[in-house]
Structure formats: structure tokens, C-alpha cells
Design a protein around this ligand. Structure first.
Ligand code: MLT
Length: 201
């Protein structure tokens, strides 16, 4: 898996780009959200018409569930491997769109890997027979009211799924579409400082 890594303080940020992005896309956002934090930023290994993604989809918003599950486990293993090698400690996912969807999938399929997550423009990644075991970890979902990719019921359904698993979910609805901008970043930075402090540790 191609990736960028920047050494820094803990908690580290796991940066997960959207469809058509790559490992460089969210480094600037990571530095902005939490200056000095360690950053781990992989590139999704699926190509859709030449555009990198973290898992296959059958149509916009319709996921190949088997592929999603397999690649979620692969990504979780990649993260655990780096945690050990680089001594990263706690890791918070910061995902946008397709990256937010695999972060949400990792929360429910591999709880324990992430200490928290910021999900920009996320959807419900998959339906599970049992609630996930999230043990009170904080999750911020930032949705856009005018999002043309994510149907209006999705953010609340995702919040409900994570709350059932015991996560401390904050759901923010922005007056925005699928794209993200300074208002989203400010919310995310404030949430990080509130839940994880401003220093290292
Ligand atoms: C997805 O496939 O994860 C969602 O449709 C979001 C996207 O990548 O456009």
C-alpha cells in the first residue's frame, strides 16, 4: 500500500482521501487540524476509471460489500502494523467521502483500532446483524445538507448505528454540499481539541 507518513505527537491522525484522491490530499488538512501530530496517509488500492478508492462499488452509493469487508480488514492491519513500528499510540481517523466510509466500516468491523474518528460526508458503510462494540469512543460526523452524493437520511442512520455500539457521536449538519471547506475544518479542529486536548499525549 502506498502511503505518506509524518512523525509527530500522539494521537496520530489516519488520513483517508475521497475517490480520485491520493495519499498527499489530506496532509495539509491533518497539519491544520492538529499541528505537530503524527500523520499516516495511505492511498486506496482500488482503481475506478483510474481513480483511487479504498473499496469497490457497483454504482454510486452501492458498495461491493465483500470487497469493502476485505479491504477494511487489510487497512486495519496496515494501521496496526504502523502503530507498532512507529510507536503511534492512539489513532484517530480523518476521512472524507470514500475515505470516511471505510473509516466508518473500520469502526464497526475492527473496533479497537481507532480511538476516534472524524467522518466528513460519510454514509452507512454496511448493515450488521449486531451492534458494534465501540466502548464510548468519540466520533464526529460532519454532513452537508445539500450533499448530492449522500442521501439525507444517511448521516442520522450512521449516527444511530454508532450510538447503538456505544460511541459518543456528534452529528453536525452544515449548510453545504459534498465538498468540504473552512467551516468543516474549524468544527473538526474544535472537536479534536475538546476530545483529545491540545498537547501531545
Ligand atoms: C463511496 O463510494 O464511498 C461514496 O459513493 C462516496 C464517494 O466515493 O464518492
Amino acid at each position: 500500500m502506498l502511503f505518506r507518513f509524518e512523525a509527530g505527537s500522539s494521537p496520530a491522525l489516519l488520513l483517508l482521501h475521497g475517490t480520485g484522491g491520493d495519499e498527499n490530499d489530506l496532509l495539509g488538512l491533518g497539519r491544520l487540524l492538529r499541528p505537530g501530530a503524527a500523520l499516516l496517509s495511505p492511498r486506496g488500492e482500488v482503481l475506478e476509471n483510474g481513480q483511487p478508492r479504498f473499496f469497490r462499488r457497483l454504482a454510486p452509493g452501492v458498495f461491493d460489500e465483500q470487497d469493502l469487508i476485505r479491504r477494511t480488514y487489510d487497512l486495519a492491519d496496515f494501521v496496526e502494523d504502523h502503530r507498532e513500528r512507529q510507536g503511534l499510540g492512539r489513532i484517530i481517523a480523518v476521512g472524507y467521502s470514500n475515505g470516511a466510509n471505510i473509516a466508518a466500516s473500520m469502526l464497526v468491523l475492527r473496533p479497537g483500532v481507532l480511538a476516534g474518528a472524524i467522518l466528513f460526508r460519510a454514509m452507512v458503510p454496511l448493515e450488521l446483524p449486531h451492534p458494534p462494540q465501540l466502548g464510548g469512543i468519540p466520533v464526529l460526523i460532519i454532513a452537508g445538507r445539500r450533499d448530492e452524493m449522500v442521501s439525507a437520511d444517511q448521516p442520522q442512520r450512521l449516527a444511530t448505528l454508532l450510538i447503538r455500539g456505544g460511541a459518543e457521536v456528534t452529528l453536525a449538519l452544515q449548510d453545504a454540499g459534498h465538498g468540504i471547506g473552512p467551516d468543516d475544518f474549524q468544527l473538526a479542529a474544535d472537536w479534536l481539541a475538546k476530545n483529545f486536548g491540545t498537547g501531545s499525549g
